[in-house]
Design a protein around this ligand. Structure first.
Ligand code: HEM
Length: 504
């Protein structure tokens, strides 16, 4: 009994000292950021947890975090901070500050956030792939040899592949449209985008557009859901209500890896037989792996998975948002229809010349990424003190760099909640009222760690949007919610359901 009491005392002492230490650390943290504006915390609970409860309540009401941050931005100005558990999140919506963080200082990615992306719930997901590689030297080496394949001039050679996957999608939509049911466009775009990246990057014929059993989409979605769950609520792992979901997610990530290893091994065999003559991204990776001691098999799989995820989700969401907005904006849809009819008529093979003429189509794609940037923010850490909007931000601050919020800053984008593609057309008067620069509009991020696939996405997005408009009239199904979810990427909750009417 006496032994038990002694144990209890020791445990009590450990608990008390941990509690005192945590309290002191949080007190110091809050003091360091006291000079900065931002929503204040109330009471003892918020002293420890910051705005954790406010944020989770807000999200549970069907909102995305960007909307709350946007409200705070309007209230607290161009730079502000809020506490989230034991960290301070620093948000700025000023052009100059974006330049400082992403270009001039080129602050590194915030380690613990990208660690979640790499290993959600401890499962290797993107691992040390290009998005989540935090070792600058290793990343730089890989990025520099991969860059070539993503140059516009190189990708234009693959326009036929974008066209042919687009045609398969149109065929499928034609069939579905005869069934007199509404069609969920996000689903269809996701399958198409998966097939495009599989073919162009890895010379793989996944045919998920026509293969309902293709599981890759589901595995990827669940992995992304895991990341968002952990970012919004690091305690989700401890909540019994989430246990089944987490089990499903973990098993899905394991299956994704297993599937990737299988196809990757098959591809390696094919490539060895063809002496790595192909010019796809996969052969570039394999060639590099042969000459570099750094790149092991698991990292190759990480990159394989990374390119599937980064190349599929984002583009599919961007395209779905185009349909989402066009379905609610008759005027823009009419103009787009007219342009596509004039430039393309009934031709099926879209060339680079056609794309140059599809000015309004390009503007629609860009405007939809302004309102709904598929990647709504990137996370950086300041390894040194830095002046942002004349305010001193302390070393190690967490910068949440929000494409979503800047895209809705009235100073740069008048009528920010309206969908007005003309703001991206330099000849249009309205574009002059906007201030669109690399630092106010950056859906693909900025600086050395910007999106390697942006040319790819711009080609794919415009080809597919133009083909869709060329072939169909459509109406949004009124029986759907227009709520937007954030699963790392932004996505329409009901996937944009439409009724299609073929034009020909
Ligand atoms: C509309 C489509 C797309 C959007 C909005 C988008 C956006 C972004 C953003 C914001 C980043 C920076 C992420 C960060 O710093 O955390 C990024 C990185 C990346 N994206 Fe994209 N992306 C798109 C399409 C693509 C495509 C089609 C590919 C591949 C073919 C791709 C591959 C990548 C990769 C590999 C990175 C990491 C680059 C690096 O760190 O070196 N993305 N993308």
């Amino acid at each position: 009994m006496r032994f038990f009491i002694r144990e209890l005392k020791v445990l009590g002492a450990i608990f008390l000292s941990t509690f005192a230490y945590t309290t002191f650390k949080i007190y110091l943290l809050r003091r360091k950021y006291k000079h900065l504006p931002g929503p204040k915390t109330k009471g003892i609970l918020e002293f420890y947890f910051g705005h954790y409860f406010t944020i989770n309540k807000y999200l549970s009401q069907g909102n995305i975090i960007g909307q709350l941050q946007l409200q705070w931005s309007k209230e607290f100005g161009s730079v502000y901070v809020y506490q989230f558990l034991n960290e301070m999140v620093c948000i700025t919506n000023e052009e100059e500050s974006i330049k400082t963080i992403l270009i001039d200082k080129n602050f590194p990615k915030k380690e613990n956030i990208y660690q979640i992306v790499a290993y959600p719930f401890g499962q290797r997901f993107m691992g040390k792939g290009l998005v989540t590689e935090l070792n600058y030297e290793k990343w730089r080496q890989r990025r520099s040899f991969l860059n070539h394949g993503f140059k516009k001039s190189v990708l234009i050679e693959s326009l036929n592949e974008f066209n042919s996957k687009g045609d398969i999608l149109i065929e499928k939509l034609l069939k579905l449209s005869s069934e007199d049911k509404s069609i969920q466009m996000l689903n269809e775009f996701s399958c198409m985008a998966l097939d495009v990246i599989a073919k162009i990057a890895f010379d793989l014929n996944t045919n998920s557009i026509n293969d309902r059993e293709m599981k890759l989409n589901k595995y990827i979605s669940l992995g992304l859901e895991a990341i968002t769950m952990l970012m919004n609520d690091p305690f989700s792992q401890l909540k019994p209500s989430k246990l089944n979901k987490i089990k499903e997610i973990k098993s899905s990530i394991v299956k994704l890896r297993k599937y990737s290893v299988e196809i990757f091994n098959q591809k390696i065999k094919d490539f060895e037989e063809s002496n790595l003559a192909s010019k796809t991204m996969l052969s570039t990776l394999l060639k590099h792996a042969k000459t570099s001691n750094e790149l092991d098999f698991e990292t190759l799989i990480d990159d394989f998975i990374t390119f599937f995820i980064a190349g599929q989700e984002t583009t599919a969401n961007a395209l779905s948002f185009c349909i989402f907005e066009l379905g609610q904006n008759e005027r823009a849809l009419k103009k787009l229809n007219e342009e596509v009819k004039t430039v393309l008529g009934q031709k099926t093979e879209i060339t680079n010349d056609d794309l140059n003429k599809l000015v309004y189509t390009t503007a629609v794609f860009k405007e939809s990424m302004r309102k709904w940037p598929p990647v709504p923010a990137v996370n950086r850490r300041a390894p040194e003190d830095v002046l942002i909007c004349d305010k001193l931000i302390p070393k190690n601050a967490w910068f949440y760099v929000p494409q979503f919020i800047i895209g809705r800053n009235e100073k740069y984008f008048p009528k920010p909640n309206e969908f007005i593609p003309e703001r991206f057309i330099s000849e249009d008067e309205f574009s002059k009222e906007n201030r669109i620069t690399s630092y106010t509009y950056f859906p693909f991020s900025l600086g050395p760690r910007n999106c390697i696939g942006q040319n790819f996405a711009m080609l794919e997005g415009r080809v597919i949007l133009a083909k869709f408009i060329q072939n169909f009239d459509f109406e949004l199904d009124p029986n759907q919610s227009l709520i937007i979810d954030e699963w790392t990427t932004l996505r329409p909750r009901d996937g944009v359901k439409v009724y299609l009417k073929p034009k020909f």
